[in-house]
Write a protein that binds this ligand. Structure first.
Ligand code: PAF
Length: 282
C-alpha cells in the first residue's frame, strides 16, 4: 500500500497503469475508520483493479466549528486497517492542497438540499459537492463507493454525477450496525457511556415506526408519537424524524407500502449529532 499526498503524485502513479480494462475504485472518507467504512473498502477492493481510499476531513462541509474541531482522527490506525484490507493507495491531502485558495464556487442542489440535513446544516452539501468533485477530478475513478447511512448525501452525489457527467459508477453500500442497532459512525467515538445507551432511541424509533406503518397506522400519527417519545428522553434532542422518497429526496405525508420510502432521523445525543435512516421496503 502506498500513501500519497498530492494530485501531482497521483498523476505520476496513474500514468504507470497501462493495463486495458483496468478499473480504479475510490472510497472517499474523513478517516476515523470503522467497520462501516471497511465494508465500503472491501467492496472497492473486490470490484476494482486498483483501490484508492482518501482520508480528508473537509473543513468546508462543517457548518458547526465545534463539530469540525472535535471530529475524531486516527490516521495511523486507519492506515493499518487499510493495509490489512488490501487497499492499494491512500490519498491523504492537506487542507492547503485541496484548497490552495478559498473556493468561491457554490453548488445548489435545489429541493434536495432544502430539507433535513440541508436545512439543519446550511452549506453542508455545497462543501460535500465541492470536495467530492475535486476528488473525482484528481483520482478519476471508474467506481466510487458511498455509505447508505448518509442517504441524503447519496441523493446529492447522484445528482452531481448526473449533472456534471462524471463517468463514474456509484456503488451504495448498506449501513453497518452494532448488535443493538446503533449505526456505525465516526462520531460514535465521542459518545459517553451514558449517551451510548440513550442513542438507541434513534434505531428503536425507526423500527417502531416501521412496525406501526405496516400495521396500518397513519404516518403523521406515528411521527407525533415518536416525537413525544423523544421529548421524554432526557439529554436527547430530536431534530427531525421524517418519511422520505429517497431518490428525489422528497418528504412524504403518507406511507404507501408500494412506494420506495425511507425513514430519516437526526438527533443530538448529549453534544453529539447523529443521523440514521431505514429503508422500509427496499
Ligand atoms: O461521507 C463522508 O465521510 C464525507 O461527506 C465525504 C463523502 C468523504 C466527503 O468529505
Amino acid at each position: 500500500m502506498q500513501v500519497f499526498y498530492t494530485g501531482a503524485e497521483w498523476a505520476t502513479i496513474r500514468s504507470n497503469f497501462h493495463a486495458e480494462n483496468l478499473s480504479i475504485g475510490l472510497v472517499p472518507t474523513m478517516g476515523a475508520l470503522h467497520e462501516g467504512h471497511l465494508d465500503l473498502v472491501a467492496q472497492c477492493v473486490k470490484a476494482s483493479t486498483i483501490s484508492v481510499v482518501s482520508i480528508f476531513v473537509n473543513p468546508i462541509q462543517f457548518n458547526n466549528p465545534e463539530d469540525f474541531e472535535k471530529y475524531p482522527s486516527s490516521l495511523q490506525e486507519d492506515l493499518e486497517l487499510l493495509e490489512k484490507a488490501g487497499v492499494d493507495y491512500v490519498f491523504v491531502p492537506e487542507v492547503k492542497t485541496m484548497y490552495p485558495q478559498e473556493t468561491k464556487l457554490r453548488f445548489d442542489f435545489g429541493s434536495v438540499e432544502r430539507i433535513l440535513e440541508g436545512a439543519f446544516r446550511p452549506g453542508h452539501f455545497n462543501g460535500v459537492g465541492i470536495i467530492v468533485s475535486k476528488l473525482f477530478n484528481i483520482i478519476q475513478p471508474d467506481l466510487a463507493f458511498f455509505g447508505q447511512k448518509d442517504l441524503q448525501q447519496v441523493a446529492v452525489i447522484k445528482r452531481l454525477v448526473q449533472d456534471l457527467s462524471f463517468p463514474i459508477e456509484l456503488k451504495i453500500v448498506p449501513t453497518r450496525r452494532e448488535t443493538d442497532g446503533l449505526a456505525l459512525s465516526s462520531r460514535n467515538r465521542r459518545l459517553s457511556p451514558e449517551d451510548r445507551k440513550k442513542c438507541l432511541i434513534l434505531y428503536e424509533s425507526m423500527i417502531l415506526a416501521q412496525k406501526e406503518l405496516f400495521e396500518g397506522k397513519k404516518w403523521l400519527e406515528v411521527q407525533g408519537e415518536i416525537s413525544q417519545n423523544f421529548k421524554h428522553c432526557e439529554g436527547v434532542e430530536l431534530e427531525y424524524f421524517e418519511l422520505v422518497e429517497p431518490d428525489q429526496f422528497e418528504l412524504l405525508n403518507e406511507f404507501d407500502p408500494n412506494q420506495k420510502v425511507s425513514i430519516c432521523v437526526a438527533a443530538y445525543v448529549g453534544p453529539v449529532r447523529l443521523i440514521d435512516n431505514l429503508p422500509l421496503n427496499a
